[in-house]
Design a protein around this ligand. Sequence first.
Ligand SMILES: NC(=O)c1ccc[n+]([C@@H]2O[C@H](COP(=O)([O-])OP(=O)(O)OC[C@H]3O[C@@H](n4cnc5c(N)ncnc54)[C@H](OP(=O)(O)O)[C@@H]3O)[C@@H](O)[C@H]2O)c1
Length: 251
Amino acid sequence: MDISGNSILITGGATGIGYALAEAFLAEGNEVIICGRREERLLEAKSKHPELHIKVCDVADAGERRSLAEWINVNHGGLNILVNNAGIQRDIDFTEGISGFMSGENEITINLEAPIILTGLFSPFLKGKKGAAIINISSGLGFVPAAKMPVYCATKAGLHAFSMAIRHQLLKTGIKVFEVVPPAVDTELNPEGRARRGSFKVDLKPGEFVAAVMKGLKNDIYEIGYGMTEGHIRASREDLERSFTQMNSRW
Ligand SMILES: NC(=O)c1ccc[n+]([C@@H]2O[C@H](COP(=O)([O-])OP(=O)(O)OC[C@H]3O[C@@H](n4cnc5c(N)ncnc54)[C@H](OP(=O)(O)O)[C@@H]3O)[C@@H](O)[C@H]2O)c1
């Protein structure tokens, strides 16, 4: 894809991978709109890059998703790229029953339902636009699941399957569908879980990861991995099972 001259909406773009993508796309001469739930984080991002457009939106809320699509239609009619990046991750222990799942935020709604519905809301709008694309941020954990975060892994495996299917379905509309598969990146994702795994240190910075992602997008690589996840994308069933055993014996 052409990584310059687009108008791009990045959900969850005020922090972490989304913010690094926002910075990279700005540097390439794109219009960038970011959304998220915390206005203070959006304003903080805008204070560093005044050219960013910001919009408070909870992508888990049906009404807010619809308002976002309408707001984009009115204010950024040239939008041609949607980046489904917003996500959360939780450790959930099902040996204790359903209480853990029920007592926190719903990963299924945020990580899977929202990208699916945003795809449906935005595809008529993107259709026919030059350089139209949807970029979904999944995870290596969608390929090799971690037992401590079973629902998160299921949402990311679901997003992988959805990306494959929708890529094929949207071919005739001219909308390209990319899937970015991050390995562990040093962000604010699941701070409680990361703190519990005290020895688990993440060295990869969002900017370094995103630099590789930008190369992949430029070269029309439809599934973009990095380091370990590059292997996951191409692995055999046996390779994936070996990685599963290795990872889950460590945590
Ligand atoms: N970091 C990693 O190791 C890693 C690995 C694989 C995949 N990923 C994926 O990468 C994506 C970005 O995560 P990150 O690592 O950059 O973590 P992050 O810094 O916590 O970023 C997540 C962003 O999503 C936003 N968000 C969460 N729920 C939202 C909602 N309901 N509506 C709107 N925005 C919402 C958050 O902002 P608000 O809280 O203000 O809404 C935040 O800006 C996620 O999809 C994550 O699953 C990360």
